[in-house]
Design a protein around this ligand. Structure first.
Ligand SMILES: *Cc1c(COP(=O)(O)O)cnc(C)c1O
Length: 244
């Protein structure tokens, strides 16, 4: 595996080069695990990073970006002058933030309860295409507070599929960090099984969002169709992901 360039290794390493390394890492994992080439897409996670870095990534050809903090994201979205960017909301959702999310994003990956789905459905402007949504699932039990339980996925899916302004596209998860590759693959595989069951029921489902900078290989081994990479593309973040 090629080492991802770090800003500290060479100040001149550009976003374009880091994106290329991320694409190469995904391509290698697809190959190693007998997945079709280009079957896994890349969401560049730009939370906490300045708009200029997103613009640099855009000029390098990238179009899918993930953000976690509503106010920060909306400011950047309004600052960035390209209308062909696919913005994904991937952070925890408070009820009082659903309107801004419904108005500014085309995807939401972090739905974990019916009330939030309901509000997004009502607040999605009717002049925009329906919002693409993923249900976030907790595959790490007690170790994680985010995501619904696997047992709740069926009811939440049924609810979303009845919502006119939402399209159910699949599932997302963030497993507890682990150095144990086999354990990570086992967690991700639980989600993949749930995804396959759901996909057989809802034809709109095509996206299994799992894998971050630290666990891309395990996620792809288990059948991810979208990895969300922040640190390896934009560098380490200055404040912890929990902050709002
Ligand atoms: C921050 C974040 C990522 C990116 O994490 P990195 O470790 O920086 O690659 C991916 N998914 C979600 C939901 C995140 O909040």
């Amino acid at each position: 595996m090629t080492k991802t360039p770090q800003l500290s290794d060479n100040y001149m390493v550009t976003i374009a080069e880091r994106l290329n390394s991320a694409y190469a890492r995904i391509a290698q994992a697809e190959k190693n695990h007998q997945k079709p080439a280009k079957s896994v897409s890349l969401l560049a996670v730009s939370k906490t990073k300045p708009a200029q870095l997103i613009i640099d990534a855009y000029h390098a050809g990238h179009r899918k970006f993930g953000e976690s903090y509503v106010q920060e994201a909306v400011e950047k979205i309004q600052q960035i002058p390209f209308n062909d960017i696919e913005w994904h909301f991937i952070g925890p959702i408070q009820s009082n933030k659903t309107k801004a999310i419904a108005e500014h994003f085309s995807w939401v990956q972090s739905i974990e309860r019916p009330k939030i789905a309901e509000r997004l459905n009502q607040q999605r402007p009717t002049n925009l295409p329906p919002l693409n949504v993923l249900i976030q699932v907790n595959i790490s039990g007690e170790q994680s507070k985010s995501g619904c339980n696997l047992a709740d996925v069926a009811a939440l899916s049924a609810h979303i599929s009845q919502s006119k302004q939402l399209v159910l596209r699949g599932l997302m998860a963030i497993p507890a960090p682990s150095d144990d590759q086999a354990q990570l693959i086992a967690s991700f595989s639980q989600l993949k099984t749930c995804f396959d069951t759901l996909k057989a029921q809802y034809p709109s489902i095509d996206t299994l969002s799992m894998g971050m900078s630290a666990d891309v290989e395990a996620a792809i081994a288990a059948g991810s169709t979208m990895v969300r990479i922040g640190t390896d593309i934009f560098g380490a973040r200055e404040y912890p992901v929990e902050q709002h």
